[in-house]
Design a protein around this ligand. Structure first.
Ligand code: ADP
Length: 428
């Protein structure tokens, strides 16, 4: 029996990474490639460099590849799939007017209603002089995958959520089909769907098997979620990075625009998410990472600090409290730094618990367990406080790399969480 290998490729905000795994999910090889410019040429070079770095004996075994890109980073291409314009990056906010224009035609609170959404970017492209030559509008992951399979114009429903694609009905909604840009919209597949084998040219150029499949990809944050291994309703992943991001797997779709909550489809389930402005950025404004470690080891996590903080880097909160003028609460500051940090960590833990309560009140499945990613995951005192507030087991996630999640996507295909929901559960 020939062993199989699967390759996941992650295009992040500052560089790209590839991880090859076998059918058991063991890592076989890893590669990194940086780029200083966010240009299509630099991305293509990084893609080929990453695949080239995978040892030849593993490359020979590759049966599928999946790519994740940064959500809403997008390109406009001509009939030959050549970019007509530099890519618009995920945080590019020049499409302000287009977002306002969209507010006239979309349902209230739709995920396309921000200047950085892919649909707002497409409408911005429409006003550029190069537009008449445009044939395809693609996200970063779509375009990179098309370089390998040779069929431009295909996306997945994770990347396309902010393009307006409805993952429930699996179509573009009527209001969107009225727009002049419709001929440029990609065909949208379920993440993990086999698009086709690599082109003969790519197989020869990169020494890949001729039948190596390219699968529809996903976004960076969903790839990281897949990497965690969470796969059942009620399982959640909290990211404790600069901001606090909550993701909860649920049988029910939860959307609440006023809190910035929306859900991605994952097979038969939904991944409901919300992001608070609280998080590690506040901790970093007071303490260096090494100091955080030392102070945290002095905190007695079972006792209450007696402080009632709501840590925010500046006024304004969206989730779990929607108030653009919400004031941070960081006083009184005790003399002792360990006690101050105790209060800060407790404050963020309370926001996390309130966030999961809100997702459940809005209809998500009851919280069963929480995996943790990000800089705050490796803090046993905080983990123990969070376990107390959340009332469910909390653990660091053993895998947080988006490239690993994409490798699992390459291996599993459309059944991306490896979870088959039974008929009985679906009826519940
Ligand atoms: P991002 O990618 O969002 O910038 P990271 O996942 O790299 O963030 O995490 C960085 C954050 O983690 C910083 O804000 C920092 O304050 C916080 N952090 C680092 N070490 C610890 C620790 N031991 N305990 C709690 N928070 C920490």
């Amino acid at each position: 029996l020939t062993p199989h290998a699967f390759l996941g490729i992650d295009f992040g905000t500052s560089g790209a990474r590839a991880i090859a795994i076998n059918s058991n999910g063991d890592t076989l090889a890893e590669a990194r490639s940086g780029y200083t410019d966010q240009t299509a040429v630099a991305w293509r070079a990084a893609l080929f460099d990453l695949i080239g770095q995978i040892p030849a004996d593993i490359r020979r075994l590759l049966s599928a590849i999946a790519i994740n890109g940064t959500s809403t980073t997008a390109l406009l291409c001509d009939a030959e799939n050549r970019p007509l314009y530099p890519p618009l990056l995920y945080n590019d906010a020049r499409a302000q007017d287009e977002a306002k224009q969209l507010a006239q035609i979309t349902p209230p609170g739709h995920p396309v209603l921000s200047a950085s959404s892919s649909l707002a970017k497409l409408l911005w492209f429409q006003k550029q002089p190069e537009f008449p030559c445009a044939r395809f509008f693609l996200h970063q992951a779509d375009w990179l995958a098309s370089l390998l399979h040779g069929r431009p114009g295909i996306s997945d429903y994770h990347n396309s959520l902010k393009l307006g694609f409805d993952p429930e009905t699996l179509r573009y909604p009527e209001w969107l089909l009225q727009l002049e840009v419709v001929p440029l919209l990609p065909r949208v597949l379920a993440p993990g769907t086999a698009i086709g084998p690599v082109t003969a040219e790519i197989a020869a150029h990169l020494s890949l098997p001729r039948n190596c499949l390219i699968r529809a990809g996903t976004t960076d944050s969903i790839a990281a979620f897949i990497a965690s291994g969470a796969c059942r309703p009620g399982q959640a992943v909290t990211s404790l990075g600069s901001t606090l991001v909550l993701k909860l797997l649920s049988r029910k779709r939860v959307d609440a625009a006023q809190y910035g909550i929306y859900s991605h489809r994952i097979g038969n389930l939904w991944l409901a998410g919300g992001a608070s402005n609280s998080g590690g950025a506040v901790l970093r404004s007071f303490f260096s990472d090494p100091r955080l470690k030392v102070l945290s080891s002095r905190i007695p996590p079972e006792t209450d600090s007696g402080l009632d903080y709501y840590p925010l880097p500046c006024p304004g909160e969206r989730f779990p409290i929607n108030d653009p003028e919400f004031e941070p609460r960081l006083t009184p500051r005790p003399q002792e730094d360990a006690l101050f940090l105790h209060g800060l960590l407790e404050g963020i833990a309370r926001i996390e618990a309130q966030g999961y309560r809100l997702l459940q009140e809005l209809g998500a499945d009851p919280l069963e367990s929480v995996l943790t990613a990000g800089g705050g995951a490796d803090n046993p005192a905080w983990t123990s406080m969070r376990t107390r507030f959340l009332g469910v087991p909390v653990q660091p996630s053993s895998q947080v790399e988006a490239a690993f999640g994409s490798a699992l996507l390459a291996a599993r295909g459309e059944n991306l969480l490896c979870y088959e929901q039974s008929q009985a559960e679906r009826k519940n």
